[in-house]
Design a protein around this ligand. Structure first.
Ligand SMILES: *[C@@H]1O[C@H](CO)[C@@H](O)[C@H](O)[C@H]1NC(C)=O
Ligand SMILES: *[C@@H]1O[C@H](CO)[C@@H](O)[C@H](O)[C@H]1NC(C)=O
Ligand SMILES: *[C@@H]1O[C@H](CO)[C@@H](O)[C@H](O)[C@H]1NC(C)=O
Ligand SMILES: *[C@@H]1O[C@H](CO)[C@@H](O)[C@H](O)[C@H]1NC(C)=O
Ligand SMILES: *[C@@H]1O[C@H](CO)[C@@H](O)[C@H](O)[C@H]1NC(C)=O
Ligand SMILES: *[C@@H]1O[C@H](CO)[C@@H](O)[C@H](O)[C@H]1NC(C)=O
Ligand SMILES: *[C@@H]1O[C@H](CO)[C@@H](O)[C@H](O)[C@H]1NC(C)=O
Length: 241
């Protein structure tokens, strides 16, 4: 019995390719996060004083730092593969240098008015702040079950509708392009960067709202009471003066 068990372990160990996925027992549904990531008592609060430069600059700095790996020059150097947008990027071989797979570039400039390039404040000196939404990596995860439809971020104002005149997504429609999927793991894709979606809000009146941003795909769960960050993120957004 013990011998058989050892043999099974042996076979298991030797069939595990070190380049394929870090161990994962089942395909999880991805979590969603928001930047600037300022937490306060379990509630995600993005509060800033637009009349106090020292205060609002904290948020701009967090976003500048967060976007450093996405710098256009950096991406053009480390992810120079010509990816085809709108299609899953399946790679069965290790054709990239050092026995790895290619990763698609994600350029900071893709975030347009929320890229921090033309406006390094990211809107925090006004009532039009940008937030950045990121979906966590799940190895081998294919959004929408391989049907070829791209997932997208959909934000809704849960509280304070009167305080939000509108919002815009960057890139348009909040799309997370299919070419960033599937993700094959850290060893296989050392230069992988998560695709991002930025949202620029236009706050008015009391300038306070509770917002939910969900990543929409038919195989992304979002109602897990044990994991409020599965498939979505809820945050309080407040601009003081
Ligand atoms: C915001 O900053 C201004 C300038 O420092 C200050 O006068 C004001 O009291 C601050 N507002 C709040 C709500 O803290
Ligand atoms: C990106 O990196 C280059 C080279 O390091 C630098 O000159 C440029 O200012 C950076 N861009 C942004 C938007 O920070
Ligand atoms: C990528 O594709 C574009 C358009 O097909 C082409 O002009 C460009 O030369 C390609 N770049 C590389 C590095 O292959
Ligand atoms: C970006 O901001 C500029 C200036 O506020 C505005 O004219 C333009 O329409 C915005 N771009 C997009 C894509 O919303
Ligand atoms: C975004 O979510 C809202 C609220 O759940 C829904 O009414 C709306 O249809 C969604 N929009 C898109 C484009 O999925
Ligand atoms: C954005 O969504 C609209 C409405 O669904 C669609 O007509 C448009 O082609 C989309 N734009 C892009 C760039 O995907
Ligand atoms: C996605 O595909 C899996 C396996 O093919 C299937 O079990 C599941 O029901 C599908 N989910 C949806 C929402 O289509």
């Amino acid at each position: 019995m013990t011998g058989l068990f050892s043999l099974a372990i042996y076979v298991l160990m030797y069939t595990v390719d070190p380049y394929t996925p870090d161990y994962q027992d089942r395909l999880k549904s991805p979590g969603v996060m928001v930047w600037p990531d300022t937490y306060n008592d379990e509630v995600l609060e993005i509060t800033y004083n637009m009349s106090d430069k020292k205060n609002w600059m904290k948020n701009s700095k967090i976003l500048q730092k967060f976007l450093e790996p996405y710098n256009d020059t950096t991406q053009a150097q480390c992810n120079h593969y010509n990816c085809t947008t709108g299609k899953y990027f399946f790679q069965h071989m290790y054709n990239a240098p050092k026995h790895t797979k290619w990763s698609c570039p994600f350029y900071q400039s893709t975030l347009g008015n929320c890229s921090g390039i033309a406006d390094p404040t990211f809107g925090y000196n006004t009532a039009q702040p940008c937030v950045i939404i990121k979906m966590n990596r799940v190895i081998n995860f294919l959004p929408n079950n391989g049907t070829g439809h791209a997932p997208y971020v959909n934000c809704t104002v849960l509280e304070g509708q009167d305080n939000v005149r509108g919002y815009e997504y960057y890139p348009v429609n909040g799309t997370l392009d299919l070419s960033y999927f599937p993700y094959y793991g850290k060893l296989a894709q050392p230069s992988y960067v998560n695709p991002l979606v930025a949202v620029k809000f236009d706050l008015i009146n009391q300038r306070h709202a509770v917002v939910q941003c969900r990543v929409m795909a038919n195989n992304i769960a979002y109602q897990n009471i044990y994991d409020p960050y599965e498939g979505k993120v809820v945050f309080h957004l407040t601009a003081l003066s």
